[in-house]
Design a protein around this ligand. Sequence first.
Ligand code: PLP
Length: 462
Amino acid sequence: MYSSRKSINRAHLFCTIQETKITVHKTSNVKFYSTNSLRQFVTLHEAVLRGLAPDNGLYMPASIPALPPTVIASFSNLSLQEISWAVTSHLLHEDLPEVELRKIVEHTIGFDAPLVPIEEHVFALELFHGPTLAFKDFGARFLAGLLGYFAAREDRQVTILVATSGDTGSAVANGFLNVPGTRVVVLYPKDKVSEIQEKQFTTLGANITALEVAGTFDDCQRMVKAAFLDQELRQKLFLTSANSINIARLIPQSFYYFYAWSRMRAEKPVVFSVPSGNFGNLTAGLLAKRMGLPVHHFLACTNINDVVPKYLAGGLFEPRPSQATISNAMDVGNPSNFARMLELYKHSPAAMKRDISGFHFSDDETRAAMQKVFQSAKYVMDPHGAVGYLGLKRYQQDHPNIAGIFLETAHPAKFKKTVDATLSGEVAIPPPLLKFLSRAKRSICIGNDFEDLKDWLNKAID
Ligand SMILES: *Cc1c(COP(=O)(O)O)cnc(C)c1O
């Protein structure tokens, strides 16, 4: 059994939001445009319900209003939930009634995100204390709240299609379980997700269905995208997406950047190292920076699926089929949020490189890092967090006076086989995961063609 380390920031988390402490800073309504047609604006309601824009682009905020520095400075006295409320009300206060928005934030941020010191100037931001033990709980719960609110105002049931390499499916399925007016269809690649991951979205029943696709994650993602472009399906069903192409997933992921930064006491410049697959998490950090968070630099860290680090090293952006690794939630060959990153930097590689450096690591390097940190600091990293740790260490070699936070994106028990084999130990399975493991899996096997998905949707949903 591994010991867990004490974090430096457990204080008053579960208290409800105390309005008196928060300076809510209100600017006018944020509108959203599609990355493929820069001149048409939609409301949050439409961007969230649609997921993907009708022209196949991704929605982006047309303006990103900055929070005043005094407000950001005040965050060091606020809890994660309070900071989340300050950021949300700043961005979205005109889009739904304040009580509803507040309920959504309180529901989303019902757990801690401890910042744990690992080595000098190296901190892990543990984002895995939600119900499915990965950072995707933040985005999925917030999205379920917003979509549930907007779906209740539609006359049709909303069908949420989600492609998963493991963690998204579990977070989305659990976030939407029994949300009225919604139905979730999870597509996942057969034999390419861990048993623990699979059990978290194949055992729920109710409004959740799991489709086991004979293919890769990229196939699942392609099939979902094709469904959105299919006029026939769109007429029949109200389809939307819960992948990180939905802008509502990204907004709550900016909260923990503010929170972590506010706990650093700012003696040194702070960099965030983000283990990345579809680059939603990193894009949320970039949004936080646009909202005024004084982050020094971001590190985009991948496994061997390194199309973004290649671009940042001066190459072209060349999507290619993904390859399987031990950090399987990052096995993405065509990262969807790259389109958003390009927008944020007006398609200038030079501008992007001023804010972001890219790194990629092999499975052997990842395992070696997990072993080293376990031996020296008695801290168990999961394979994804370990990739972030590696990027941070590499960056700090050339930038010694920088404090770094790497995002620990999943609990190590979610990748138990790899972690146990790498550390020659037994990572204990936390009770929420044990509960899932004891249940029976129910899934429907389909091929990796869009037509397979379409047939099934046509038959199953009316
Ligand atoms: C999804 C996921 C990632 C990758 O996050 P993106 O936002 O897709 O870049 C990293 N680690 C874990 C554990 C994940 O589940």
